[in-house]
Write a protein that binds this ligand. Sequence first.
Ligand code: PLP
Length: 486
Amino acid sequence: MSDASLHHLVHPDNATELDAAIRSGLHCLTDQLTAVTRPATGRSPMDAALPVAGVDLDRPLPDLEAALAEVTQLWLRDAVWFHHPSYAAHLNCPVVIPTLVAEQLLTAVNSSMDTFDQSVGATYMERHLIDWTARRIGFGPGADGVFTSGGSQSNLQALVLARAHAAARGLPPERMRILASADSHFSVGKSAHVMGLPAGAVVPVPVGADRRMDVAELARLVRQVEEWGDQPMAVVATAGTTDFGAIDPVADVADVARTAGAWLHVDAAYGGGLLTSRRHRHRLSGVELADSVTVDYHKTFFQPVSSSAILVQDRQALRAVTWHADYLNPADSMNPNQVDKSLQTTRRFDALKLWMTLRVMGPDAIGDYLDAVIDLTEEVHAAISGWEDLELAAPPQLSTIVFRYAPPDTSERALAQLNTAIRHELYARGTAVVAATTVEGRQFLKLTLLNPAATREDVLSIVRNVLSVGRELSRDRHPATVGGAR
Ligand SMILES: *Cc1c(COP(=O)(O)O)cnc(C)c1O
């Protein structure tokens, strides 16, 4: 091979090229970042698809600069920016700087976490972070866990462990039931489906007006499941529901789960960041009673995608996913092989991002960021309560506000159309990015606030824009009745 073609490799001979390439990428990023004035430019799927389809992947561009220019056209220029104060849609966070440095290192070295002989110190750094998280949860020395690609993956693994636990008690798969709040994450239902559990295996437990699981209903449903000859295989408590941020009463849920002999999983994908909060940690009390816990660092720990973990109270439980290959992790291996605890094999050293964050910023800084968005959410909610034509679905619990534009005497159908149209219009104009959800079949909008740099005024202006676009659209729809009663 010619020397010229080898200069693309991360290799000591190419240190100068590497340095220059990284700088080019970095400049491309900072140029964009400093030029961003809107959370989105409003590209439609068709406008986004067309230029991509025209790229001939068999014909490379002359150089890196050209490739960066192309990527800027195809993606960066129209990206949705989570650091922008008018981005308030999903559980995406602006990321902290130490993670970018980590990202570069872990990608260049390309350690793989499956076996010690591909990762060395990284294995122990990941384990140290798992131990740190487990201690913050309140688990004892028998705890363990592993990093995963996300909350859905963590929930799937938790339910796989729960099934193994139930199978060990002699429970037949067709009798296994999972009880989770009606507001639990969809990955619970999806996991049951891909695990081959019967349709209807997930029994939704009603929530109260505060959107938290109704524990009396849970107890009643457990009895009902048992009366039908089925058995609760797992109870899933959510610590921070995706729409309302509601934290189920974990300690009470744990009582019911224990009595029923069920595995208790706490899905703290959203609320997990409270583990670092000095002011709100108590909201997670009871989480230490769980058999397994999902934590998404890429939500409330301000980490880039992907970074998540599943933690278990008793490390023996992880044996349910242990499988041996002679070439990789033979049963008699004396090495600490993380693959023995994971559904994945080759796996990124994502843990380095959290490591760098904790070592540079410390956990309190993360907790303070989260506290700031919780405060912001409460302030905004208080400020907009009572605003004309605005309906709030429930008081905020973490950092979401579920609301809608609701002028009087408007049918449910019209409200649904109107609010959907508002959301699309805000995106198309690049004014703001907000999410949508339904509450008991009624269409609402949702703000998810995860940007500690956003101010009360920033968020209030999103709400004002929702209302003003709503009024514009209502006028367009009913031109004859402007100002009049409808
Ligand atoms: C986001 C979320 C998940 C899924 O996490 P991913 O990282 O998107 O896979 C699971 N549960 C809850 C409550 C969530 O908010």
